[in-house]
Design a protein around this ligand. Structure first.
Ligand SMILES: [Zn+2]
Length: 83
């Protein structure tokens, strides 16, 4: 972990670098509303490489245009952790 002093009374501490921890195929190919074609989707979890205040961040992205939630109907998005 590294800490940076900002001004006289603020310290910002961060862990290692933010990296992809999981990158795997997410189910069957399906429609991407951004590409307007059937695409493969990837389940990607990115997070800090060291113990960190920030939790890993899951997402489902189109393998071609990299849009998050590209398989969700326009205007809709996933809410992680609430089912
Ligand atoms: Zn796409």
């Amino acid at each position: 972990m590294s800490c940076t002093f900002v001004g006289e009374d603020t310290v910002i501490c961060g862990g290692g670098k933010w990296e992809v921890l999981v990158d795997k195929v997410d189910g069957e190919p399906r429609w991407c509303f951004n590409c307007r074609k059937v695409r493969d989707f990837r389940f990607i979890v990115s997070g800090d490489s060291e113990p960190s205040y920030y939790e890993p961040n899951p997402s489902i992205r189109c393998a071609v245009c990299k849009t998050d939630d590209g398989d969700c109907f326009p205007g809709r998005f996933r809410v992680w952790g609430e089912q």
